[in-house]
Design a protein. Sequence first.
Length: 276
Amino acid sequence: MNQLQKALQLNALFSGLSGILLVAAHNRVAGLFDTPNSSVFQVTGAALIYFSLTIVYEIKHQNLLRVLFIIVQDSLWVIGSIIVLIFQPFDISMTGNGVMAAIALIVLLMAISQTNALAQTDSIANKGIKQLRFERTVKATIASVWKVISDVANYHEVAPNVDDVKIISGEGKGMVRSCSHGKDSWTETCSLWEEEKEYAFEVNTNAPDYPYPFKYLKGNWKVEAIDNSQTRVIMLFEFEYKRKFQNWLLHPILKVKFGKTAEKLLNNWQNQIEKK
């Protein structure tokens, strides 16, 4: 179980037990808060039980956007509690205020724990760099597949996030190509080239028109023979964000976009390869 799963598990346990307590002992809790309205605690308890179930679902699936939404909900709970404690819109006992403050503190700590764990997802240990992997099996020989995916001068014909590619200099390792998307443009340098095996490009993220929030970005494309008629295409992207907060706030969104872009690229390659 990774850190994100552990943080979510703690949240699910606390939220679920709190919800059950509020539903089962709503009258006693209302007395503790010195209010005759016990139904609000029943409703809150039911909402917490449902919330805990959504967290349990994400412990297994770990959809980063939904995890981010869980953190947002925890944060809203804390903010709402602070507002109630400061402005006192309800006639709540001192004991009730103390309980509310304690719960808000626990939720805040859980939100921080989940945020820290979310920031570490897809990271390569001890490097501060994230890695995303995509792969596809196609029905063709490794030579046929390599011929298509190594056509780096026409990468824009299959990549939905690139409009144009021009080879500036060189070939194989050391090759420099320029890429553009809309009004944005940048250069990439080939740092690895092994015929019918793999190649890699490192992006000049310091280009004035570079549109993405990366300090470092490297793409690696590999082919592996499964048998005489099937080949696996593997794409690895290593990157580092320019700002630390982007690791948890932006990464869930960009991971989804990365995935959609990679899926379209692999679909286009597969169509080209299997039609030949």
